[in-house]
Design a protein around this ligand. Structure first.
Ligand code: NI
Length: 273
């Protein structure tokens, strides 16, 4: 693999456009996986970003005295500048250019951790449901596995072809307004075609912002770590804004921390996987 010019074959590019997802076995070398893991574990253990609402629980009520069941850090690079110079960053950009075109922009990065035994599922959703109803998106997320991922510890699963749909109605997980994470309203979706995509450490899955995806609970005794980069074509304003009403009912502990800290929103938010 030439790390400076990560090349997807034509078959892989076609597969992505047809199915809305892709699996690659070698998104970054093993030594970089170890380096990112160290930084990653440090950031979660020191609760980086917690006070300003950039670390929070995606699948629980995010109370101070309870362990998070699906903790996320938004833009971990803000807390760990050593994440700037990564082979994975170059590779995720190269992948983005091949799938979306040369004019892509970095939309953001995040880390989603599933703790051993208690790590909860990220229910079926489309990432775009977290973003802005008045913008048109064309983006991909490259989801890097920092250890082998399996169905048992919460690898990615996808509905092939679901990226061709509009954004479907969503709600907060369990319809609980205290929870940040979203779930698609299940009666609208046929999940029987789901494909689970285990990848080895250093491998990645790639999905479009409208592809329906899911990760199961972590039923193992080890942490499941995912580090995600999102690349996007330039945004444009839609002629008719969509009403993503499910975003308006949320009132989370994270929102409260953000208000207290005066945290400014990033352009399109970030999304769970
Ligand atoms: Ni997601």
């Amino acid at each position: 693999m030439n790390n400076k010019n990560f090349v997807l074959g034509d078959t892989a590019v076609d597969f992505f456009h047809t199915h809305g997802f892709l699996v690659i076995e070698n998104a970054t070398p093993a030594e970089e996986v170890s380096k990112i893991r160290k930084v990653y574990d440090q950031l979660f253990s020191e609760r980086a970003g917690r006070k300003e609402g950039n670390q929070y629980d995606l699948a629980g009520a995010d109370e101070e005295d309870k362990p998070a069941v699906l903790p996320q850090i938004v833009n971990p690079i803000s807390y760990a500048p050593e994440l700037e110079d990564l082979v994975f960053r170059k590779n995720s950009a190269a992948i983005g250019k091949q799938l979306l075109g040369p004019d892509i922009e970095f939309q953001g990065e995040h880390a989603i951790m599933k703790p051993p035994e208690i790590g909860q599922a990220a229910p079926w959703h489309q990432d775009e449901a977290y973003w802005k109803g008045d913008l048109e998106y064309n983006s991909i997320s490259v989801w890097l596995a920092l250890q082998d991922t399996t169905i048992e510890n919460g690898c990615m699963q996808f509905i092939p072809g679901s990226h061709n749909q509009e954004v479907l109605p969503h709600r907060t997980i369990g319809h609980n307004p205290r929870i940040h994470g979203l779930e698609v309203i299940a009666e609208d979706v046929d999940l029987s075609d789901a494909i689970a995509c285990p990848v080895p450490a250093g491998g990645a899955t790639i999905h479009h912002c409208r592809t329906l995806h899911y990760t199961g609970p972590n039923q193992t005794g080890d942490i499941r770590r995912a580090y995600i980069h999102t690349w996007a074509s330039p945004y444009r304003k839609r002629n008719v804004a969509r009403d993503f009403y499910w975003q308006k009912t949320r009132e989370t502990a994270r929102d409260e921390r953000r208000r207290k800290a005066g945290t400014v929103s990033v352009s399109s938010g970030s999304t769970p996987k």
